[in-house]
Design a protein around this ligand. Structure first.
Ligand code: R5P
Length: 316
């Protein structure tokens, strides 16, 4: 049984302690004390160093690369909290890894987004707080409450302040049209949609574009930039269709693996905006890469969950 409204305790896994720290500052609470270490064989060891009995425990841990070890660490953290009699256990998963395998596209594949949902619940999570899931329907893979937050208001406000002339909101593929339409309505600008297909894993082709981009300044809105190939393909298609070669790219989750920095390092890309759901690699960056923080959004959500308040206002 979930007993909420004990004291609030915020903990951080090792995936994004900087974000957890910012949330703690915003909330005016300390980060709870815990030990996380690895045995020589690679197994993870976790021990909470303070009592969690009866508390509302929040654990911040995006399941970003290294995905498997961050995920297992989160599961072990949930298990430890459950066994230590926490009153409620909320997994704050700013980036939900494995989300892109959310259905079977071919025979004999797994649906990892559902598997991870089952694992989190089994481990002890009583609630999930997450941001811009790859597919909103993943919420339905859980039988516990999911607070699915979005950075669309944050991104839209960012672009509103820029007062770009003749802008157009662009969805790389048809799957994100609904989300990108929210940006186009908030900014009162038209919408263009690419047709993307994947001939093989981690390879994208954007073959068609619906909507007029000629002479316009595109704002590409994405959930994830992983290899950066989808963005690169989309930029090619936009340029071919006569857009202004000043393209803005905004993505919630900068996974930025492998060739991403090379793919994004193009003169037509004026600015790349991501958020801090995932820590950026220290060793590589681009001069036009900007990071918006989701810490206030997540902290407000934590506050609402703890105080049993509606989170609807966070969507405006
Ligand atoms: C997938 O369909 C997502 O919405 C993104 O378009 C995708 O994850 C980006 O991956 P990449 O950067 O590797 O092309």
């Amino acid at each position: 049984m979930v007993r909420r409204n004990g004291d609030i305790k915020l903990f951080s896994g090792t995936a994004n302690p900087h974000l957890a720290m910012k949330m703690a500052e915003y909330l005016g609470v300390p980060i709870g004390s815990l030990q996380i270490s690895r045995f020589t064989d690679g197994e993870t060891y976790v021990k909470f160093e303070e009592s969690v009995r009866g508390v509302d425990a929040f654990v911040v841990q995006p399941t970003c690369p290294p995905v498997d070890s961050n995920l297992v660490e989160l599961l072990i953290l949930m298990d430890a909290l459950r066994r230590a009699s926490a009153g409620s256990i909320t997994a704050v998963v700013p980036y939900y890894g494995y989300a892109r395998q959310d259905k079977k596209d071919a025979p004999r594949e797994a649906i990892t987004a559902k598997l991870v949902a089952d694992l989190l619940s089994t481990a002890g999570a009583s609630r999930i707080v997450t941001v811009d899931l790859h597919a909103g329907a993943i919420q339905g893979f859980f039988n516990i409450p999911v607070d699915h937050l979005t950075v669309i208001p944050l991104m839209s406000a960012y672009f509103k302040d820029k007062t770009l002339e003749n802008a157009v909101a662009v969805s790389v593929d048809e799957g994100r049209v609904k989300t990108v339409r929210q940006v186009s309505s908030r900014l009162n600008i038209p919408l263009a949609v690419g047709y993307k297909f994947r001939p093989e894993q981690d390879v994208s082709e954007v073959t068609h574009l619906a909507g007029d981009v000629e002479g316009k300044t595109p704002i590409i809105i994405e959930d994830i930039i992983s290899t950066g190939r989808s963005i690169c393909e989309c930029v090619d298609t936009l340029v071919k269709n006569g857009c202004k070669p000043e393209i803005y790219v905004a993505a919630t989750h900068g996974v930025l693996t492998g060739p991403a920095f090379d793919c994004l390092n193009r003169p037509e890309i004026k600015e790349i905006i991501v958020t801090d759901t995932i820590p950026l690699p220290q060793s590589r960056t681009l001069p036009n890469l900007k990071v918006l923080s989701v810490a206030p959004l997540l902290a407000e959500a934590v506050k609402c969950v703890h105080e049993d308040l509606s989170i609807t206002s966070l969507f405006h």
